[in-house]
Design a protein around this ligand. Structure first.
Ligand SMILES: C[S@@+](CC[C@H](N)C(=O)[O-])C[C@H]1O[C@@H](n2cnc3c(N)ncnc32)[C@H](O)[C@@H]1O
Length: 256
């Protein structure tokens, strides 16, 4: 089976494809300095849990981007159910290609997806598609303690070696031409409710699957959940609320 098939078997039909919750999305959204946005993009929307919150709250069209068609199909179904289908425009494309398709974005939202193209690379790439003064809200996995648990260090050294401490991500954003307006760390329940509590029994049931790709993914997810339980807050998902500076061009060029 392809890795895409393994993803469908494990995550298919799930509304949340990463840590997060409607309440946390709303909380960050309601604290933005503005609440009127014409062009809104949700990068790495998955099945669109947060896309639907954005559409409901902002009552403006949302361009939802993901590379995996089954997730976009699920978004379509959920948006229909939520009564916001007419506000959501789904695009099957790479989040790294956003500047080729969009410009002058007012609000670029991305929950749990930037890491797929690298956090710094995503911020650099998306800055060129944002209007001056435009807002980017990007969540990213980060170390929250100086001395994380050994289990967490070992797990993420192999699964996500580029993971940084939250203040390092703030510095990166500043160096790439953003003003950091706010940060917000997801509470632990946002990892468990309707995410790990759905994923854990699925992963357990697939531990001994005959297909290598499925077995490997299921075992990795089970290990991730075990590490989370024992990590005592060593790491978390942090939202970075960023505003593109006037001086973006010079900031970017000075960083190479
Ligand atoms: C962890 S999920 C988060 C989904 C959603 N934001 C949520 O929180 O439920 C990451 C998403 O990014 C998508 N993705 C990964 N790499 C991508 C890429 N290069 N371009 C577009 N989408 C990508 C995946 O298909 C997946 O839906």
């Amino acid at each position: 089976m392809t890795s895409s098939g393994a993803i469908d078997l494990l995550f298919g039909g799930m509304e949340k494809l990463g840590p997060g919750s409607d309440a946390e999305t709303l909380r960050v959204l309601q604290h933005l300095p503005d609440n009127r946005f014409d062009l809104v993009v949700d990068a790495g929307c998955g099945a669109g849990r947060q896309t639907i919150v954005l559409a409901r709250e902002l009552r403006t069209p949302i361009h939802a981007i993901d590379s995996h068609q089954p997730f976009l199909d699920e978004l379509d179904r959920l948006a229909q159910q939520a009564g916001v289908r007419s506000l959501i425009h789904a695009h099957r494309m790479d989040i790294g290609a956003i500047p080729e398709r969009f410009s002058e974005i007012d609000l670029l939202w991305s929950e749990g997806a930037a890491y797929n193209i690298g956090f710094a690379n995503a911020l650099k790439n998306w800055a060129s598609a944002l209007r001056i003064g435009g807002i980017a809200v990007v969540s990213e996995l980060a170390w929250l303690q100086d001395n994380p648990s050994r289990a967490a260090s070992e797990f993420f050294r192999s699964c996500y070696p580029d993971m940084r401490a939250a203040p390092e991500n703030v510095t990166t954003a500043r160096e790439l031409g953003y003003t950091v307006l706010d940060t917000h760390t997801l509470p632990q329940e946002a990892w468990i409710d309707r995410y790990y509590d759905v994923l854990e029994p699925r992963a357990r049931a697939l531990q001994d699957h005959e297909d290598d790709a499925v077995r490997h993914l299921a075992q990795q997810v089970s290990r991730e959940i075990e590490v989370f339980r024992t990590s005592q807050g060593s790491y978390g998902y942090v939202f970075y609320v960023l505003q593109r500076n006037l001086s973006f061009e010079s900031s970017v060029s000075s960083c190479g």
